[in-house]
Design a protein around this ligand. Structure first.
Ligand code: CP
Length: 324
């Protein structure tokens, strides 16, 4: 794997391999010193043009636990504010020879473009309304931990599908893993043609009781240029997941950040059925597995003209090795 741009590019075997690697890395997270030398000498550049709490912090932790050097770049406070373009910013930062660039932008397709401009491996950390592949991988990991297997699971993805990059990545990933996926929400927030991804579509929650997993989406008000629902109060009346709608035994997921009182009631967020903090925890080990997949096999750091001074850290055993 050269880049991680889209779940569409991954087979079931690819997803299983990354999840299995993440399960091995979970052991590292339980150690007193949570570090392995796998990516020593490599550089990971986190390039974020949009706000993020979960994704940015977990990529930083993941890279550090693999002993990579990490550079964090936020568009706010940078020369982007003076008008520097995405391409010129990438070319400028590429002068530091990053081995991987983790990129979040509001622009669909930006990661694919950046992958053509530089030698680094590109990880799409969310590109507009298009995809968020590492979110889908960590959600697969979380479900595997909870359900054992995803084959045959009935998963409902509920809410603002139209503005959600998570919805697209997760429909693809859950189906690759054998789940039956239904998307549900108001007709204005369900994109026409979404059934072509292979999922069922519902405009009410009348059959929600048949789901094993309820995956609620955030109302993405920052991406809405017009009024898509009459009011948030009316949206909540019809589509909010609350104690009345969440059946006993159903797992509740959400990618975060949650709008309490809109797509989820406070009581279900805080209930034992919610696995939202487990999803955040999974983010670190899954992103470790993604960086390892992309970088550990590479022969030498990107752009390196000289052979490394030490044997490649990637050749060292990962799990079971002593902490660096
Ligand atoms: N789920 C997710 O991408 O959260 P952040 O925007 O906080 O990274």
């Amino acid at each position: 794997m050269r880049h991680l741009l889209s779940i569409e590019d991954l087979s079931r075997e690819d997803i299983e391999r990354i999840v299995a690697q993440a399960e091995r890395f979970a052991e590292v997270s339980d150690r007193e010193i949570k570090k392995v030398p796998a990516l020593r000498g490599r550089m990971v550049l986190n390039l974020f043009y949009e706000a993020s709490t979960r994704t940015r912090s977990s990529f930083e932790l993941a890279a550090k636990r693999l002993s990579a050097d990490v550079v964090n770049f936020a568009a706010s406070g940078s020369s982007v504010e003076k008008g520097e373009s995405l391409k010129d910013t990438v070319l400028t930062l590429s002068a530091h020879r990053p081995d991987a660039i983790v990129l979040r932008t509001p622009w669909a397709g930006a990661s694919e473009l950046v992958s053509r401009w530089c030698a680094a491996a590109i990880v799409n950390a969310g590109d507009g309304k298009h995809e968020h592949p590492t979110q889908a991988l960590l959600d697969v990991y979380t479900l595997r931990q909870r359900l054992g297997r995803i084959d045959g699971a009935r998963i409902w993805i509920v809410g603002d599908v139209a503005h959600s990059r998570v919805a697209r990545s997760n429909v693809l990933a859950f189906q690759r893993m054998g789940a039956a996926v239904t998307v549900a929400g108001p007709p204005t927030l369900i994109p026409r043609g979404v059934h072509e991804l292979g999922c069922e579509v519902r405009y009410t929650l009348d059959e929600l009781h048949g789901a094993d997993v309820v995956y609620a989406l955030r109302m993405q008000r920052e991406r809405m240029s017009e009024q898509w629902v009459p009011s948030l109060r009316e949206y909540a009346a019809w589509y909010q997941i609350n104690a009345r709608r969440l059946a006993p035994g159903q797992l509740l997921m959400h990618p975060g950040p949650v709008n309490r009182g809109v797509e989820l009631s406070g009581e279900v967020v805080d209930s034992p059925q919610a696995v939202i903090t487990a999803q955040v925890e999974a983010g670190v080990v899954v992103r470790m597995a993604v960086l390892y997949e992309l970088l550990a096999g590479a022969r030498e750091p990107a752009g390196a003209a000289q052979p490394p001074l030490e044997p490649s850290a990637a050749a060292q055993p990962l799990v079971g090795s002593r902490p660096a």
